[in-house]
Ligand binder design. Structure first.
Ligand SMILES: COc1nc(N)nc2c1ncn2[C@H]1C[C@H](O)[C@@H](COP(=O)(O)OP(=O)(O)OP(=O)(O)O)O1
Length: 164
């Protein structure tokens, strides 16, 4: 199973909004707002839709924070691969409210509860909340983290493609 998904972190000054997931993958853990990208959607459109569905907030502007791969292995085979686009937003309309899927909660950035989140988050989320862009690959065995690699993406100082 290969999935393309999103994660969105609303930022308000020195605080970040997490959700306590009530159902589905990662239920009982704090995470960003997000879910699967539907056919025909861009990752940005999916991130906005998930925010409206899960917490009743519409982001007005998204900052792309990077791409993560989560590989879950079971009995020597690949059970699922998740390609996840990460976004932050500090511009949105609406007040976060609870839904059937999520309980939203603001945390100071230095008090993010990493012990109640997916194991990978402690490695990459501080970088994204600090304004960095990342690419990471995390490999799990029955959703226990086994191996990972993480790269900081640099801004291109030269055009990658010269159209002249
Ligand atoms: C394994 O590591 C992960 N870490 C983090 N931080 N987040 C993860 C990890 N693996 C998946 N995720 C995120 C990516 C998505 O935001 C959600 C999973 O989405 P979900 O399955 O809940 O998707 P929905 O479309 O909302 O679900 P429904 O099909 O129930 O509508 O977890």
């Amino acid at each position: 199973m290969i999935l393309v998904e999103t994660l969105l972190y609303l930022v308000r000054g020195g605080e970040v909004l997490l959700i306590l997931k009530k159902r589905g993958l990662g239920a009982g853990l704090y995470n960003g707002v997000g879910g699967k990208v539907k056919p025909g959607e861009t990752p940005e459109e999916a991130a906005v839709r998930e925010a409206v569905e899960e917490i009743g907030v519409k982001p007005l502007q998204l900052n792309w924070g990077g791409l993560l791969e989560f590989w879950n292995f079971v009995d020597g085979g690949v059970e699922s691969v998740h390609y996840v686009h990460v976004f932050t937003s500090n511009s949105y309309v609406g007040e976060p409210r609870e839904s059937e899927e999520a309980i939203p909660q603001w945390f100071r950035k230095e008090e993010v509860p990493y012990d109640k989140m997916w194991e990978d988050d402690r490695y990459w989320l501080p970088v994204v909340l600090g304004g960095g862009r990342i690419y990471g690959r995390f490999e799990f065995q029955k959703w226990k983290l086994r191996r990972w690699s993480l790269y900081l993406l640099e801004e291109a100082s030269q055009p990658l493609l010269d159209l002249v």
